[in-house]
Design a protein around this ligand. Structure first.
Ligand SMILES: [Zn+2]
Length: 94
């Protein structure tokens, strides 16, 4: 006869509320982060146009960039671009 431990005792405790980092950020989230970075010229946060597109394959591999956000400043009309990685961190800003 095989002895078994009660299954309840060996089941690990699950912390179900933990946010998974495996989930890449959405396009909406990328746009939100893009708007949260000041204009690189006048340092204002008012953009008249923000566009988000997926990074090309080469950039995804080399820089670990997932999204490219292009912004046109509503104050000085300077166009700037930033790259975001899948976790929403800014890879470059220029
Ligand atoms: Zn500006």
């Amino acid at each position: 006869m095989v002895r078994r431990e009660p299954s309840v005792a060996v089941r690990p405790i699950q912390h179900a509320r933990k946010v998974s980092l495996d989930q890449p950020i959405s396009r909406d989230r990328a746009e939100f982060i893009g708007r949260a970075q000041a204009c690189t010229r006048c340092l204002e946060y008012s953009f008249k146009k923000v566009s988000v597109k997926p990074a090309p394959d080469s950039q995804q591999k080399e820089l670990h960039t997932l999204w490219i956000v292009r912004r046109i400043c509503g104050i000085c009309e300077h166009e700037s671009e930033l790259g975001l990685d899948p976790e929403g961190d800014v890879v470059y800003l220029g």
